[in-house]
Design a protein around this ligand. Structure first.
Ligand SMILES: Cc1cc2nc3c(=O)[nH]c(=O)nc-3n(C[C@H](O)[C@H](O)[C@H](O)COP(=O)(O)O)c2cc1C
Length: 369
Protein backbone atom coordinates (compact mmCIF):
# COMPACT_ATOMS: atom_id res chain seq x y z
CA UNK A 1 0.00 0.00 0.00
CA UNK A 2 2.83 2.37 0.95
CA UNK A 3 4.36 1.82 -2.49
CA UNK A 4 1.08 2.74 -4.22
CA UNK A 5 0.77 5.88 -2.06
CA UNK A 6 4.29 6.89 -3.07
CA UNK A 7 3.43 6.41 -6.73
CA UNK A 8 0.24 8.49 -6.43
CA UNK A 9 2.03 11.18 -4.38
CA UNK A 10 4.79 11.44 -6.97
CA UNK A 11 2.23 11.53 -9.77
CA UNK A 12 0.32 14.43 -8.18
CA UNK A 13 3.63 16.32 -7.70
CA UNK A 14 4.56 15.59 -11.34
CA UNK A 15 1.21 16.98 -12.52
CA UNK A 16 1.82 20.28 -10.76
CA UNK A 17 5.40 20.52 -12.01
CA UNK A 18 4.48 19.67 -15.60
CA UNK A 19 1.59 22.17 -15.59
CA UNK A 20 3.88 24.89 -14.26
CA UNK A 21 6.82 24.20 -16.57
CA UNK A 22 5.39 23.00 -19.89
CA UNK A 23 2.71 24.19 -22.27
CA UNK A 24 -0.15 21.81 -21.48
CA UNK A 25 -2.93 23.80 -23.09
CA UNK A 26 -4.87 22.58 -26.12
CA UNK A 27 -3.07 23.36 -29.37
CA UNK A 28 -5.47 22.88 -32.26
CA UNK A 29 -8.84 22.68 -30.53
CA UNK A 30 -10.32 25.83 -28.99
CA UNK A 31 -13.11 26.21 -26.45
CA UNK A 32 -15.46 27.63 -29.08
CA UNK A 33 -16.04 30.78 -27.02
CA UNK A 34 -14.52 32.75 -29.90
CA UNK A 35 -17.70 31.76 -31.81
CA UNK A 36 -19.99 33.05 -29.06
CA UNK A 37 -20.83 36.73 -29.33
CA UNK A 38 -22.61 38.87 -26.79
CA UNK A 39 -24.50 41.80 -28.26
CA UNK A 40 -23.11 45.14 -27.09
CA UNK A 41 -25.71 47.47 -25.64
CA UNK A 42 -25.01 51.14 -26.32
CA UNK A 43 -27.83 51.88 -23.86
CA UNK A 44 -27.24 49.50 -20.96
CA UNK A 45 -29.72 51.47 -18.80
CA UNK A 46 -28.08 50.14 -15.60
CA UNK A 47 -25.37 51.36 -13.24
CA UNK A 48 -22.23 49.23 -13.25
CA UNK A 49 -21.55 49.38 -9.52
CA UNK A 50 -25.10 48.24 -8.75
CA UNK A 51 -24.84 44.99 -10.72
CA UNK A 52 -25.62 42.02 -8.48
CA UNK A 53 -23.11 39.22 -9.10
CA UNK A 54 -24.42 36.94 -6.34
CA UNK A 55 -25.74 33.57 -7.36
CA UNK A 56 -26.99 30.65 -5.31
CA UNK A 57 -26.13 27.17 -6.57
CA UNK A 58 -26.09 23.87 -4.64
CA UNK A 59 -27.54 25.76 -1.69
CA UNK A 60 -24.51 28.08 -1.48
CA UNK A 61 -24.53 31.83 -2.12
CA UNK A 62 -21.47 32.65 -4.26
CA UNK A 63 -20.48 36.32 -4.37
CA UNK A 64 -19.83 35.85 -8.12
CA UNK A 65 -20.47 32.94 -10.51
CA UNK A 66 -16.94 31.56 -10.34
CA UNK A 67 -14.93 29.02 -8.38
CA UNK A 68 -11.41 27.60 -8.54
CA UNK A 69 -11.42 24.14 -10.12
CA UNK A 70 -10.05 20.95 -8.54
CA UNK A 71 -6.28 20.66 -8.66
CA UNK A 72 -4.32 19.09 -5.94
CA UNK A 73 -3.58 17.54 -2.56
CA UNK A 74 -1.40 14.84 -1.08
CA UNK A 75 2.00 16.46 -0.54
CA UNK A 76 3.66 19.50 1.04
CA UNK A 77 3.57 21.63 -2.11
CA UNK A 78 -0.10 20.79 -2.57
CA UNK A 79 -0.80 21.83 1.03
CA UNK A 80 0.59 25.30 0.29
CA UNK A 81 -1.33 25.58 -2.99
CA UNK A 82 -4.60 24.47 -1.39
CA UNK A 83 -4.09 26.80 1.58
CA UNK A 84 -3.43 29.80 -0.68
CA UNK A 85 -6.54 29.16 -2.77
CA UNK A 86 -8.65 28.48 0.33
CA UNK A 87 -7.63 31.75 1.99
CA UNK A 88 -8.47 33.69 -1.14
CA UNK A 89 -11.87 32.12 -1.80
CA UNK A 90 -12.83 32.50 1.85
CA UNK A 91 -12.17 36.23 1.76
CA UNK A 92 -14.04 36.66 -1.51
CA UNK A 93 -16.98 34.35 -0.62
CA UNK A 94 -16.31 32.06 -3.52
CA UNK A 95 -15.40 28.39 -3.64
CA UNK A 96 -12.89 25.77 -4.71
CA UNK A 97 -12.54 22.14 -5.56
CA UNK A 98 -9.81 20.03 -3.99
CA UNK A 99 -7.85 17.56 -6.11
CA UNK A 100 -8.50 13.84 -6.05
CA UNK A 101 -8.62 12.67 -2.43
CA UNK A 102 -7.64 9.12 -3.31
CA UNK A 103 -4.22 9.43 -1.70
CA UNK A 104 -5.66 10.59 1.64
CA UNK A 105 -8.53 8.10 1.64
CA UNK A 106 -5.93 5.35 1.42
CA UNK A 107 -3.35 7.00 3.69
CA UNK A 108 -4.37 9.29 6.59
CA UNK A 109 -0.89 10.92 6.56
CA UNK A 110 -1.86 12.71 3.36
CA UNK A 111 -5.05 14.16 4.87
CA UNK A 112 -3.33 17.35 6.03
CA UNK A 113 -3.12 18.76 2.51
CA UNK A 114 -6.91 18.55 2.25
CA UNK A 115 -7.94 19.36 5.83
CA UNK A 116 -6.07 22.66 5.50
CA UNK A 117 -8.69 23.81 3.00
CA UNK A 118 -11.61 23.83 5.43
CA UNK A 119 -9.34 25.23 8.13
CA UNK A 120 -8.44 28.22 5.94
CA UNK A 121 -11.90 28.51 4.42
CA UNK A 122 -14.48 27.87 7.14
CA UNK A 123 -17.39 29.30 5.16
CA UNK A 124 -16.42 28.98 1.47
CA UNK A 125 -17.96 26.46 -0.91
CA UNK A 126 -15.74 23.36 -0.88
CA UNK A 127 -16.06 20.57 -3.39
CA UNK A 128 -14.64 17.16 -2.37
CA UNK A 129 -13.21 14.98 -5.15
CA UNK A 130 -12.94 11.31 -6.01
CA UNK A 131 -12.21 9.59 -9.31
CA UNK A 132 -14.59 7.55 -11.45
CA UNK A 133 -12.06 4.74 -11.99
CA UNK A 134 -11.62 4.33 -8.21
CA UNK A 135 -15.38 3.95 -7.85
CA UNK A 136 -15.29 1.18 -10.44
CA UNK A 137 -12.38 -0.67 -8.88
CA UNK A 138 -12.67 -0.32 -5.11
CA UNK A 139 -14.45 2.68 -3.67
CA UNK A 140 -18.01 2.84 -2.43
CA UNK A 141 -20.19 4.91 -0.13
CA UNK A 142 -17.75 4.63 2.80
CA UNK A 143 -14.83 6.18 0.89
CA UNK A 144 -17.01 8.86 -0.66
CA UNK A 145 -18.28 9.87 2.78
CA UNK A 146 -14.71 9.92 4.03
CA UNK A 147 -13.75 12.35 1.26
CA UNK A 148 -16.69 14.61 2.09
CA UNK A 149 -16.01 14.54 5.85
CA UNK A 150 -12.29 15.24 5.39
CA UNK A 151 -12.99 18.74 4.03
CA UNK A 152 -16.51 19.15 5.43
CA UNK A 153 -17.53 19.56 1.83
CA UNK A 154 -20.62 21.33 0.52
CA UNK A 155 -20.75 18.83 -2.33
CA UNK A 156 -18.82 15.91 -3.83
CA UNK A 157 -17.38 15.89 -7.34
CA UNK A 158 -16.76 12.60 -9.12
CA UNK A 159 -14.23 13.22 -11.86
CA UNK A 160 -14.29 11.50 -15.23
CA UNK A 161 -10.84 11.31 -16.81
CA UNK A 162 -10.98 8.52 -19.38
CA UNK A 163 -8.66 10.44 -21.72
CA UNK A 164 -6.01 10.94 -19.06
CA UNK A 165 -6.17 7.31 -17.89
CA UNK A 166 -5.96 6.12 -21.51
CA UNK A 167 -2.74 8.05 -22.12
CA UNK A 168 -1.15 7.61 -18.67
CA UNK A 169 1.48 4.85 -18.69
CA UNK A 170 -0.01 3.33 -15.50
CA UNK A 171 -3.58 4.41 -16.32
CA UNK A 172 -6.71 2.70 -15.06
CA UNK A 173 -8.93 2.15 -18.08
CA UNK A 174 -11.81 0.20 -16.55
CA UNK A 175 -14.92 2.39 -16.67
CA UNK A 176 -17.42 -0.52 -16.59
CA UNK A 177 -20.70 0.08 -14.73
CA UNK A 178 -19.58 3.42 -13.32
CA UNK A 179 -23.03 4.94 -13.81
CA UNK A 180 -24.54 2.36 -11.46
CA UNK A 181 -22.00 3.28 -8.78
CA UNK A 182 -22.72 6.98 -9.24
CA UNK A 183 -26.43 6.23 -8.85
CA UNK A 184 -25.77 4.47 -5.54
CA UNK A 185 -23.65 7.33 -4.18
CA UNK A 186 -26.33 9.85 -5.11
CA UNK A 187 -28.83 7.91 -3.02
CA UNK A 188 -26.58 7.39 0.00
CA UNK A 189 -24.77 10.71 0.40
CA UNK A 190 -26.31 13.67 2.16
CA UNK A 191 -24.47 16.28 0.06
CA UNK A 192 -25.08 17.02 -3.64
CA UNK A 193 -23.09 14.78 -5.99
CA UNK A 194 -21.71 16.54 -9.05
CA UNK A 195 -20.02 14.82 -11.96
CA UNK A 196 -17.18 16.63 -13.69
CA UNK A 197 -15.04 15.94 -16.72
CA UNK A 198 -11.42 17.04 -16.72
CA UNK A 199 -10.93 18.72 -20.10
CA UNK A 200 -12.54 16.44 -22.70
CA UNK A 201 -16.16 17.57 -22.22
CA UNK A 202 -19.56 16.01 -21.70
CA UNK A 203 -21.86 15.45 -24.68
CA UNK A 204 -25.68 15.41 -24.57
CA UNK A 205 -25.98 11.59 -24.39
CA UNK A 206 -23.80 11.38 -21.27
CA UNK A 207 -25.48 14.39 -19.68
CA UNK A 208 -28.87 12.69 -20.05
CA UNK A 209 -27.54 9.47 -18.47
CA UNK A 210 -26.06 11.42 -15.57
CA UNK A 211 -29.34 13.22 -14.95
CA UNK A 212 -31.16 9.87 -14.97
CA UNK A 213 -28.63 8.60 -12.40
CA UNK A 214 -29.74 11.45 -10.14
CA UNK A 215 -26.67 13.69 -10.02
CA UNK A 216 -27.17 17.19 -8.61
CA UNK A 217 -25.11 18.99 -11.24
CA UNK A 218 -22.72 18.58 -14.16
CA UNK A 219 -19.39 20.35 -14.72
CA UNK A 220 -18.74 19.99 -18.44
CA UNK A 221 -14.95 20.66 -18.28
CA UNK A 222 -14.65 20.68 -22.05
CA UNK A 223 -11.74 20.81 -24.46
CA UNK A 224 -9.85 23.98 -25.30
CA UNK A 225 -8.04 24.56 -22.00
CA UNK A 226 -5.75 22.24 -20.04
CA UNK A 227 -5.17 19.01 -21.95
CA UNK A 228 -4.59 15.94 -19.80
CA UNK A 229 -3.26 14.08 -22.81
CA UNK A 230 -0.60 16.82 -22.93
CA UNK A 231 0.22 16.50 -19.21
CA UNK A 232 0.62 12.74 -19.56
CA UNK A 233 2.62 13.22 -22.78
CA UNK A 234 5.29 15.09 -20.80
CA UNK A 235 5.27 12.53 -17.99
CA UNK A 236 5.62 9.67 -20.49
CA UNK A 237 8.44 11.49 -22.26
CA UNK A 238 10.33 11.96 -18.99
CA UNK A 239 10.18 8.25 -18.21
CA UNK A 240 10.87 7.28 -21.84
CA UNK A 241 7.59 5.48 -22.32
CA UNK A 242 7.44 5.86 -26.07
CA UNK A 243 3.98 4.41 -26.66
CA UNK A 244 2.31 6.66 -24.05
CA UNK A 245 4.26 9.63 -25.33
CA UNK A 246 2.91 8.96 -28.80
CA UNK A 247 -0.65 8.51 -27.47
CA UNK A 248 -0.39 11.84 -25.63
CA UNK A 249 0.79 13.60 -28.77
CA UNK A 250 -1.96 12.06 -30.93
CA UNK A 251 -4.78 12.69 -28.45
CA UNK A 252 -3.55 16.13 -27.31
CA UNK A 253 -6.63 17.91 -28.71
CA UNK A 254 -9.23 15.20 -28.10
CA UNK A 255 -12.64 16.16 -26.74
CA UNK A 256 -15.81 18.16 -27.08
CA UNK A 257 -15.04 21.91 -27.05
CA UNK A 258 -16.34 23.61 -23.93
CA UNK A 259 -18.90 25.87 -25.65
CA UNK A 260 -20.36 22.91 -27.56
CA UNK A 261 -20.42 20.73 -24.45
CA UNK A 262 -22.07 23.50 -22.47
CA UNK A 263 -24.88 24.07 -24.98
CA UNK A 264 -25.46 20.32 -25.43
CA UNK A 265 -25.68 19.82 -21.67
CA UNK A 266 -27.79 22.87 -20.90
CA UNK A 267 -30.21 21.91 -23.65
CA UNK A 268 -30.47 18.28 -22.56
CA UNK A 269 -30.87 18.34 -18.77
CA UNK A 270 -32.65 20.30 -16.09
CA UNK A 271 -29.77 20.57 -13.65
CA UNK A 272 -27.30 23.20 -12.53
CA UNK A 273 -24.49 23.22 -15.10
CA UNK A 274 -20.94 24.41 -14.46
CA UNK A 275 -18.95 25.64 -17.46
CA UNK A 276 -15.23 24.90 -17.31
CA UNK A 277 -12.32 23.88 -19.51
CA UNK A 278 -10.36 26.80 -20.96
CA UNK A 279 -12.48 29.48 -19.28
CA UNK A 280 -9.79 32.15 -19.03
CA UNK A 281 -11.32 35.49 -18.14
CA UNK A 282 -14.46 37.35 -17.18
CA UNK A 283 -15.73 37.54 -20.75
CA UNK A 284 -15.60 33.73 -21.05
CA UNK A 285 -17.50 33.48 -17.75
CA UNK A 286 -20.10 35.99 -18.96
CA UNK A 287 -20.56 34.18 -22.28
CA UNK A 288 -20.96 30.83 -20.49
CA UNK A 289 -23.65 32.25 -18.20
CA UNK A 290 -25.43 33.81 -21.18
CA UNK A 291 -25.46 30.33 -22.74
CA UNK A 292 -27.23 28.97 -19.64
CA UNK A 293 -24.43 27.92 -17.26
CA UNK A 294 -25.17 28.47 -13.56
CA UNK A 295 -21.53 28.76 -12.54
CA UNK A 296 -18.11 28.74 -14.13
CA UNK A 297 -14.83 27.37 -12.94
CA UNK A 298 -11.17 27.50 -13.95
CA UNK A 299 -8.21 25.53 -12.65
CA UNK A 300 -4.98 26.24 -14.54
CA UNK A 301 -5.19 30.06 -14.39
CA UNK A 302 -4.99 29.91 -10.59
CA UNK A 303 -2.16 27.39 -10.30
CA UNK A 304 0.66 29.88 -10.86
CA UNK A 305 -0.80 32.49 -8.47
CA UNK A 306 -1.38 29.78 -5.84
CA UNK A 307 2.32 28.92 -5.79
CA UNK A 308 3.15 32.50 -4.80
CA UNK A 309 0.45 32.86 -2.16
CA UNK A 310 -3.12 33.82 -1.37
CA UNK A 311 -2.65 37.52 -2.24
CA UNK A 312 -1.90 36.61 -5.85
CA UNK A 313 -4.90 34.28 -6.03
CA UNK A 314 -7.08 37.03 -4.59
CA UNK A 315 -5.74 39.50 -7.13
CA UNK A 316 -6.42 37.11 -10.03
CA UNK A 317 -9.95 36.42 -8.77
CA UNK A 318 -10.69 40.13 -8.26
CA UNK A 319 -9.60 41.01 -11.82
CA UNK A 320 -11.77 38.18 -13.12
CA UNK A 321 -14.85 39.24 -11.16
CA UNK A 322 -14.28 42.84 -12.29
CA UNK A 323 -14.30 41.65 -15.91
CA UNK A 324 -17.58 39.81 -15.38
CA UNK A 325 -19.10 42.97 -13.91
CA UNK A 326 -17.87 44.98 -16.89
CA UNK A 327 -19.18 42.51 -19.47
CA UNK A 328 -22.56 42.39 -17.68
CA UNK A 329 -22.66 46.19 -17.75
CA UNK A 330 -21.98 46.20 -21.50
CA UNK A 331 -24.84 43.79 -22.21
CA UNK A 332 -27.20 45.58 -19.81
CA UNK A 333 -27.65 42.68 -17.36
CA UNK A 334 -27.81 43.73 -13.71
CA UNK A 335 -28.12 40.17 -12.34
CA UNK A 336 -27.02 36.66 -13.25
CA UNK A 337 -30.67 35.76 -13.95
CA UNK A 338 -30.95 38.64 -16.43
CA UNK A 339 -27.64 37.64 -18.03
CA UNK A 340 -29.10 34.22 -18.81
CA UNK A 341 -31.66 35.97 -21.02
CA UNK A 342 -29.49 38.34 -23.08
CA UNK A 343 -29.16 37.67 -26.83
CA UNK A 344 -26.25 35.49 -27.88
CA UNK A 345 -24.96 34.96 -31.42
CA UNK A 346 -23.28 31.67 -32.33
CA UNK A 347 -21.13 31.50 -35.45
CA UNK A 348 -18.39 29.42 -37.06
CA UNK A 349 -17.47 25.89 -36.25
CA UNK A 350 -19.29 25.92 -32.91
CA UNK A 351 -22.60 26.69 -34.63
CA UNK A 352 -21.85 24.08 -37.31
CA UNK A 353 -21.02 21.43 -34.73
CA UNK A 354 -24.21 22.08 -32.78
CA UNK A 355 -26.35 22.07 -35.94
CA UNK A 356 -24.78 18.76 -37.00
CA UNK A 357 -25.76 17.36 -33.59
CA UNK A 358 -29.39 18.44 -34.03
CA UNK A 359 -29.37 21.62 -31.95
CA UNK A 360 -31.08 24.41 -33.85
CA UNK A 361 -29.57 27.93 -33.88
CA UNK A 362 -32.72 29.67 -32.67
CA UNK A 363 -32.68 27.68 -29.44
CA UNK A 364 -28.91 27.44 -28.84
CA UNK A 365 -28.91 29.90 -26.04
CA UNK A 366 -32.02 28.78 -24.25
CA UNK A 367 -32.44 26.20 -21.55
CA UNK A 368 -34.66 23.20 -22.24
CA UNK A 369 -38.28 24.41 -22.12
C1 LIG B 1 -2.52 20.87 -11.92
C2 LIG B 1 -3.90 20.34 -12.12
C3 LIG B 1 -4.32 19.24 -11.37
C4 LIG B 1 -5.63 18.74 -11.51
N1 LIG B 1 -6.05 17.70 -10.73
C5 LIG B 1 -7.37 17.33 -10.76
C6 LIG B 1 -7.90 16.38 -9.83
O1 LIG B 1 -7.18 15.84 -8.99
N2 LIG B 1 -9.23 16.09 -9.90
C7 LIG B 1 -10.06 16.67 -10.84
O2 LIG B 1 -11.27 16.42 -10.83
N3 LIG B 1 -9.57 17.55 -11.74
C8 LIG B 1 -8.28 17.89 -11.72
N4 LIG B 1 -7.80 18.82 -12.62
C9 LIG B 1 -8.67 19.24 -13.74
C10 LIG B 1 -9.35 20.57 -13.51
O3 LIG B 1 -10.20 20.54 -12.39
C11 LIG B 1 -10.15 21.01 -14.76
O4 LIG B 1 -11.25 20.15 -14.96
C12 LIG B 1 -9.32 21.03 -16.03
O5 LIG B 1 -7.97 21.39 -15.77
C13 LIG B 1 -9.88 21.99 -17.07
O6 LIG B 1 -9.93 23.31 -16.59
P1 LIG B 1 -8.82 24.44 -16.99
O7 LIG B 1 -8.73 24.45 -18.50
O8 LIG B 1 -9.36 25.70 -16.42
O9 LIG B 1 -7.52 24.03 -16.36
C14 LIG B 1 -6.51 19.34 -12.48
C15 LIG B 1 -6.06 20.45 -13.21
C16 LIG B 1 -4.78 20.96 -13.05
C17 LIG B 1 -4.36 22.16 -13.87
Amino acid sequence: MKQLDDIIGKRKADHIDVCLKENVQSRRVTTGFEDIHLVHKALPEIERKKIDLNTTVFGYKFSAPLFVGAMTGGNAKATKINAAIAEAVEELHLGMGVGSQRIAIDNPKAERSFIVVRKKAPTAFILANIGGPQLVSKYGVREAKKAVDMVQANALAIHLNALQEAVQPEGDTNYSNLLQKICKLVQELDVPVIVKETGAGIAAEDAVMLEAAGVAGIDVAGAGGTSWAAVEYYRAKACQNVSSERLGETFWDWGVPTAVSLVETVKSVNLPVIASGGIRNGIDTTKALALGANLTSAAYPFLGPATTGSEDVKKALRYWVGEVRNAMFLVGANSVQKLQKVPVVLTGKTAEWLKARGFQPEVFARRRA
